[in-house]
Design a protein around this ligand. Structure first.
Ligand SMILES: O=C(O)c1cc(=O)[nH]c(=O)n1[C@@H]1O[C@H](COP(=O)(O)O)[C@@H](O)[C@H]1O
Length: 239
Protein backbone atom coordinates (compact mmCIF):
# COMPACT_ATOMS: atom_id res chain seq x y z
CA UNK A 1 0.00 0.00 0.00
CA UNK A 2 1.41 3.36 -0.98
CA UNK A 3 -0.51 5.39 1.61
CA UNK A 4 1.57 6.24 4.63
CA UNK A 5 -0.23 6.52 7.93
CA UNK A 6 -3.82 6.96 6.70
CA UNK A 7 -6.48 9.00 8.47
CA UNK A 8 -9.61 6.96 7.74
CA UNK A 9 -13.12 8.43 8.05
CA UNK A 10 -15.83 5.94 9.01
CA UNK A 11 -18.88 6.74 6.84
CA UNK A 12 -21.32 5.54 9.50
CA UNK A 13 -24.48 7.46 8.59
CA UNK A 14 -28.03 6.19 8.52
CA UNK A 15 -29.05 7.28 5.05
CA UNK A 16 -27.64 7.98 1.61
CA UNK A 17 -28.53 11.69 1.58
CA UNK A 18 -26.54 12.29 4.78
CA UNK A 19 -23.57 10.38 3.37
CA UNK A 20 -23.58 12.44 0.18
CA UNK A 21 -23.91 15.68 2.15
CA UNK A 22 -20.98 14.72 4.38
CA UNK A 23 -18.76 13.91 1.40
CA UNK A 24 -19.79 17.13 -0.36
CA UNK A 25 -18.73 19.12 2.70
CA UNK A 26 -15.15 17.85 2.19
CA UNK A 27 -14.78 20.04 -0.92
CA UNK A 28 -13.61 17.31 -3.31
CA UNK A 29 -10.67 16.38 -1.07
CA UNK A 30 -9.40 12.89 -1.80
CA UNK A 31 -10.09 10.84 1.32
CA UNK A 32 -9.49 7.45 2.87
CA UNK A 33 -12.95 6.25 3.88
CA UNK A 34 -14.28 3.24 5.74
CA UNK A 35 -17.33 1.48 4.37
CA UNK A 36 -18.75 -0.43 7.31
CA UNK A 37 -21.61 -2.87 7.59
CA UNK A 38 -24.34 -0.23 7.92
CA UNK A 39 -23.35 1.49 4.68
CA UNK A 40 -22.51 -1.65 2.71
CA UNK A 41 -25.70 -3.49 3.63
CA UNK A 42 -27.76 -0.42 2.73
CA UNK A 43 -26.09 0.74 -0.46
CA UNK A 44 -24.27 -2.37 -1.65
CA UNK A 45 -21.62 -2.66 -4.31
CA UNK A 46 -22.69 0.60 -5.92
CA UNK A 47 -21.24 2.64 -3.07
CA UNK A 48 -17.81 1.09 -3.62
CA UNK A 49 -17.97 2.02 -7.28
CA UNK A 50 -19.09 5.60 -6.51
CA UNK A 51 -16.39 6.18 -3.90
CA UNK A 52 -13.68 4.81 -6.20
CA UNK A 53 -14.85 7.02 -9.03
CA UNK A 54 -14.60 10.03 -6.73
CA UNK A 55 -10.96 9.12 -6.09
CA UNK A 56 -11.31 7.96 -2.48
CA UNK A 57 -9.42 5.03 -1.03
CA UNK A 58 -11.54 2.44 0.72
CA UNK A 59 -11.31 0.30 3.84
CA UNK A 60 -14.14 -2.23 3.41
CA UNK A 61 -14.89 -3.17 7.01
CA UNK A 62 -17.06 -6.30 6.92
CA UNK A 63 -15.14 -8.12 9.71
CA UNK A 64 -15.46 -11.61 8.30
CA UNK A 65 -15.65 -14.34 10.96
CA UNK A 66 -16.80 -17.76 9.77
CA UNK A 67 -15.43 -21.19 8.95
CA UNK A 68 -12.19 -21.10 6.93
CA UNK A 69 -13.78 -22.30 3.67
CA UNK A 70 -16.48 -19.60 3.74
CA UNK A 71 -14.04 -16.82 4.57
CA UNK A 72 -11.62 -17.94 1.86
CA UNK A 73 -14.35 -17.97 -0.80
CA UNK A 74 -15.82 -14.66 0.35
CA UNK A 75 -12.42 -12.96 0.32
CA UNK A 76 -11.95 -14.15 -3.25
CA UNK A 77 -15.12 -12.21 -4.16
CA UNK A 78 -14.07 -9.10 -2.19
CA UNK A 79 -10.66 -9.08 -3.91
CA UNK A 80 -12.40 -8.30 -7.19
CA UNK A 81 -13.84 -5.04 -5.80
CA UNK A 82 -10.61 -3.04 -5.94
CA UNK A 83 -10.73 -1.84 -2.33
CA UNK A 84 -7.58 -0.98 -0.38
CA UNK A 85 -8.12 -2.67 2.99
CA UNK A 86 -10.37 -5.55 4.12
CA UNK A 87 -10.64 -7.26 7.50
CA UNK A 88 -11.46 -10.42 9.45
CA UNK A 89 -11.77 -11.23 13.16
CA UNK A 90 -8.55 -12.79 14.47
CA UNK A 91 -10.75 -14.90 16.79
CA UNK A 92 -11.60 -16.99 13.71
CA UNK A 93 -8.18 -18.57 14.17
CA UNK A 94 -5.10 -19.33 12.08
CA UNK A 95 -6.64 -21.48 9.37
CA UNK A 96 -9.44 -18.94 8.81
CA UNK A 97 -6.93 -16.09 8.47
CA UNK A 98 -4.71 -18.13 6.15
CA UNK A 99 -7.80 -18.88 4.08
CA UNK A 100 -8.58 -15.15 3.91
CA UNK A 101 -5.10 -14.46 2.50
CA UNK A 102 -5.41 -17.32 0.00
CA UNK A 103 -8.85 -16.13 -1.12
CA UNK A 104 -7.60 -12.57 -1.59
CA UNK A 105 -4.62 -13.73 -3.59
CA UNK A 106 -6.75 -15.96 -5.77
CA UNK A 107 -9.33 -13.24 -6.41
CA UNK A 108 -7.05 -10.27 -7.12
CA UNK A 109 -6.96 -9.63 -10.86
CA UNK A 110 -3.54 -9.97 -12.52
CA UNK A 111 -1.57 -6.75 -12.46
CA UNK A 112 -3.41 -5.30 -9.46
CA UNK A 113 -2.08 -5.28 -5.88
CA UNK A 114 -4.18 -7.32 -3.50
CA UNK A 115 -6.01 -5.44 -0.73
CA UNK A 116 -4.24 -5.18 2.61
CA UNK A 117 -5.74 -7.65 5.08
CA UNK A 118 -6.00 -6.76 8.76
CA UNK A 119 -7.42 -8.74 11.68
CA UNK A 120 -9.54 -7.30 14.49
CA UNK A 121 -8.00 -8.24 17.86
CA UNK A 122 -10.32 -7.13 20.67
CA UNK A 123 -12.91 -4.52 19.68
CA UNK A 124 -12.16 -1.09 21.11
CA UNK A 125 -15.58 -1.23 22.81
CA UNK A 126 -14.22 -4.01 25.04
CA UNK A 127 -12.41 -3.46 28.33
CA UNK A 128 -10.68 -5.97 30.55
CA UNK A 129 -13.61 -6.29 32.95
CA UNK A 130 -15.99 -7.14 30.12
CA UNK A 131 -13.48 -9.54 28.60
CA UNK A 132 -13.13 -11.42 31.88
CA UNK A 133 -16.77 -11.39 33.01
CA UNK A 134 -18.58 -11.78 29.69
CA UNK A 135 -16.12 -13.43 27.31
CA UNK A 136 -14.47 -15.52 30.05
CA UNK A 137 -10.97 -14.56 28.91
CA UNK A 138 -8.83 -14.37 32.04
CA UNK A 139 -5.57 -12.99 30.66
CA UNK A 140 -4.73 -9.26 30.65
CA UNK A 141 -6.25 -7.47 27.64
CA UNK A 142 -2.90 -6.27 26.29
CA UNK A 143 -1.55 -9.82 26.34
CA UNK A 144 -4.60 -11.11 24.47
CA UNK A 145 -4.33 -8.40 21.81
CA UNK A 146 -0.60 -9.04 21.43
CA UNK A 147 -1.18 -12.76 21.09
CA UNK A 148 -3.91 -12.27 18.43
CA UNK A 149 -1.49 -10.02 16.55
CA UNK A 150 1.17 -12.74 16.64
CA UNK A 151 -1.34 -15.28 15.36
CA UNK A 152 -2.37 -12.91 12.58
CA UNK A 153 1.26 -12.43 11.58
CA UNK A 154 1.86 -16.19 11.62
CA UNK A 155 -1.16 -16.52 9.30
CA UNK A 156 0.44 -14.05 6.80
CA UNK A 157 -2.11 -11.31 7.58
CA UNK A 158 -0.65 -7.81 7.04
CA UNK A 159 -1.65 -6.20 10.32
CA UNK A 160 -4.32 -5.72 12.97
CA UNK A 161 -7.11 -3.48 14.20
CA UNK A 162 -6.45 -2.56 17.83
CA UNK A 163 -6.54 0.39 20.19
CA UNK A 164 -3.53 2.69 19.88
CA UNK A 165 -2.88 1.78 23.52
CA UNK A 166 -1.65 -1.64 22.40
CA UNK A 167 0.52 -0.53 19.46
CA UNK A 168 3.89 -0.58 21.31
CA UNK A 169 3.20 -4.15 22.50
CA UNK A 170 2.29 -5.23 18.97
CA UNK A 171 5.45 -3.65 17.58
CA UNK A 172 7.48 -5.53 20.21
CA UNK A 173 5.93 -8.84 19.19
CA UNK A 174 5.42 -8.41 15.44
CA UNK A 175 7.83 -5.66 14.35
CA UNK A 176 7.25 -2.06 13.36
CA UNK A 177 6.19 -2.76 9.78
CA UNK A 178 3.17 -4.82 10.88
CA UNK A 179 0.17 -2.52 10.21
CA UNK A 180 -1.81 -1.21 13.20
CA UNK A 181 -5.14 0.41 12.33
CA UNK A 182 -6.63 2.12 15.36
CA UNK A 183 -10.28 3.11 15.93
CA UNK A 184 -11.55 4.46 19.26
CA UNK A 185 -10.05 7.87 18.41
CA UNK A 186 -11.45 10.91 20.23
CA UNK A 187 -10.40 14.46 21.00
CA UNK A 188 -10.29 15.19 24.75
CA UNK A 189 -13.64 17.01 24.56
CA UNK A 190 -15.51 14.31 22.58
CA UNK A 191 -18.14 11.89 23.88
CA UNK A 192 -16.74 8.36 24.13
CA UNK A 193 -20.08 6.68 23.39
CA UNK A 194 -19.64 2.90 23.38
CA UNK A 195 -15.84 3.07 22.97
CA UNK A 196 -13.76 1.93 25.95
CA UNK A 197 -10.12 2.08 24.80
CA UNK A 198 -9.98 5.65 23.60
CA UNK A 199 -6.93 7.64 22.44
CA UNK A 200 -6.48 11.15 20.97
CA UNK A 201 -5.03 11.57 17.45
CA UNK A 202 -1.81 13.06 18.90
CA UNK A 203 -1.34 10.16 21.32
CA UNK A 204 -2.07 7.59 18.59
CA UNK A 205 0.75 9.11 16.54
CA UNK A 206 3.12 9.14 19.54
CA UNK A 207 2.33 5.49 20.23
CA UNK A 208 3.26 4.62 16.64
CA UNK A 209 -0.15 3.69 15.16
CA UNK A 210 0.05 3.18 11.41
CA UNK A 211 -3.48 4.43 10.72
CA UNK A 212 -6.45 5.80 12.64
CA UNK A 213 -10.21 5.46 12.08
CA UNK A 214 -12.49 8.33 13.09
CA UNK A 215 -16.27 8.20 12.92
CA UNK A 216 -18.62 10.11 15.19
CA UNK A 217 -16.22 12.92 16.16
CA UNK A 218 -16.53 13.96 12.51
CA UNK A 219 -19.89 12.60 11.37
CA UNK A 220 -21.89 14.18 14.21
CA UNK A 221 -20.04 17.52 14.18
CA UNK A 222 -21.74 20.76 13.10
CA UNK A 223 -18.80 21.38 10.76
CA UNK A 224 -17.37 17.94 9.87
CA UNK A 225 -14.72 19.29 7.48
CA UNK A 226 -13.26 21.62 10.07
CA UNK A 227 -13.12 18.82 12.70
CA UNK A 228 -11.49 16.55 10.11
CA UNK A 229 -8.84 19.14 9.27
CA UNK A 230 -8.05 19.76 12.95
CA UNK A 231 -7.86 16.06 13.83
CA UNK A 232 -5.78 15.30 10.73
CA UNK A 233 -3.29 18.01 11.69
CA UNK A 234 -3.14 16.59 15.22
CA UNK A 235 -2.55 13.13 13.77
CA UNK A 236 0.21 14.46 11.53
CA UNK A 237 1.86 16.27 14.43
CA UNK A 238 1.18 19.70 12.96
CA UNK A 239 -1.04 20.92 15.81
O1 LIG B 1 -12.86 -2.66 12.48
C1 LIG B 1 -13.15 -1.50 12.84
O2 LIG B 1 -13.09 -0.58 12.04
C2 LIG B 1 -13.43 -1.26 14.27
C3 LIG B 1 -12.83 -2.12 15.16
C4 LIG B 1 -12.84 -1.83 16.53
O3 LIG B 1 -12.24 -2.53 17.36
N1 LIG B 1 -13.50 -0.71 16.94
C5 LIG B 1 -14.16 0.13 16.08
O4 LIG B 1 -14.71 1.12 16.54
N2 LIG B 1 -14.17 -0.16 14.73
C6 LIG B 1 -14.93 0.70 13.81
O5 LIG B 1 -14.38 2.01 13.83
C7 LIG B 1 -15.42 3.00 13.78
C8 LIG B 1 -15.30 3.87 15.00
O6 LIG B 1 -16.30 4.84 14.98
P1 LIG B 1 -16.42 5.99 16.08
O7 LIG B 1 -16.42 5.35 17.42
O8 LIG B 1 -17.70 6.65 15.73
O9 LIG B 1 -15.21 6.89 15.87
C9 LIG B 1 -16.74 2.25 13.68
O10 LIG B 1 -17.13 2.23 12.32
C10 LIG B 1 -16.42 0.85 14.14
O11 LIG B 1 -17.19 -0.12 13.44
Amino acid sequence: MTTTRPFIIALDLDNRAKRLELLRSFNSESLFVKVGMELFYREGLQVIEELKQSGHRIFLDLKLHDIPNTVQRTMKELAALDVDIVNVHAAGGQRMMEGAVEGLEAGTPTGRKRPVLIAVTQLTSTDEDMMQKQLLIEKPLTEVVQSYAQLAKKSSVDGVVCSAQEVPFIHDACGETFYTVCPGIRRAEDEKGDQKRVVTPQKARELGSWGIVVGRSITTADDPFSVYKTMKQQWEGLK
